[in-house]
Design a protein around this ligand. Structure first.
Ligand code: C5P
Length: 218
């Protein structure tokens, strides 16, 4: 029945980019708009779920019924997600988390000089992998943005990060993926594959939640 399919379920969703500070006025980030994660949050609320949305800085408005936690950096997102995860049934990692951050954040604005600037970057924690390997652990869904060999790399991530499902999108295809209003996904479990055809992110979100719900119930 529409409006109650996900009633009683608690979903944790990460969305948007992270910002990695270089100094008090500068950061490194990416082009993630947060649209896919927000569309999933909207669709989950419409289906009766309770939603916690951990969001990086984006220019879109969070659904008012979601419990929203705004963060900036990957470390902040990691901290928020790890503390929320045990209280949720399903974790959907939509955020485009920066893989690296500057090793040190300068206390003052870095001054320009006649030379170049070398910044040492260190690895950020993998939020999704850390939650998937925690105990108790929610049902874990990841995203994989790939430009080639989509199935191969997505399945590799599914296994390496110990996930239940991974939703892969081919970001090399025009009009889908980062910062667009439409998307198409191929979803992999350890044994199955589901194709979601090119459609609005709202529509894709609804179909993805159907697949997640059906697999969660197994
Ligand atoms: O390994 P890759 O970054 O391609 O994996 C993408 C998936 O992992 C996405 O679901 C993303 O939200 C999640 N991820 C994460 N923490 C990171 C890097 C990626 O949760 N540090």
């Amino acid at each position: 029945q529409a409006g109650s399919a996900l009633a009683g379920l608690k979903l944790l969703i990460t969305a948007g980019p992270t910002r990695e500070a270089l100094d008090p006025v500068r950061y490194l980030s990416n082009h993630s708009s947060g649209k896919m994660g927000y569309a999933i949050a909207e669709a989950a609320l419409a289906a009766g779920a309770e939603v916690t949305l951990i969001t990086g800085p984006v220019n879109i408005t969070a659904p008012s019924q979601a419990q929203t936690i705004a963060v900036c950096s990957a470390l902040e997102m990691h901290h928020a997600a790890m503390s929320q995860a045990p209280e949720h049934d399903i974790f959907i990692a939509c955020a485009a988390v920066a893989d690296y951050r500057p090793e040190t954040v300068a206390d003052n604005k870095i001054k320009k000089n006649d030379d170049g600037l070398v910044v040492k970057m260190i690895k950020n924690p993998d939020i999704l992998a850390d939650i998937a390997n925690s105990d108790p652990r929610p049902f874990c869904v990841g995203f994989a943005a790939e430009t080639q060999d989509v199935a191969h790399y997505a399945k590799g991530k599914l296994n390496r990060k110990n996930l239940d499902l991974i939703a892969a999108n081919d970001v090399a295809k025009a009009g889908q993926g980062f910062n667009t209003d439409n998307n198409a996904l191929t979803v992999f479990s350890k044994t199955q594959q589901f194709d979601i055809a090119f459609a609005s992110k709202a529509d894709v979100a609804k179909q993805l939640l159907n697949i997640i719900h059906q697999q969660y119930n197994k």
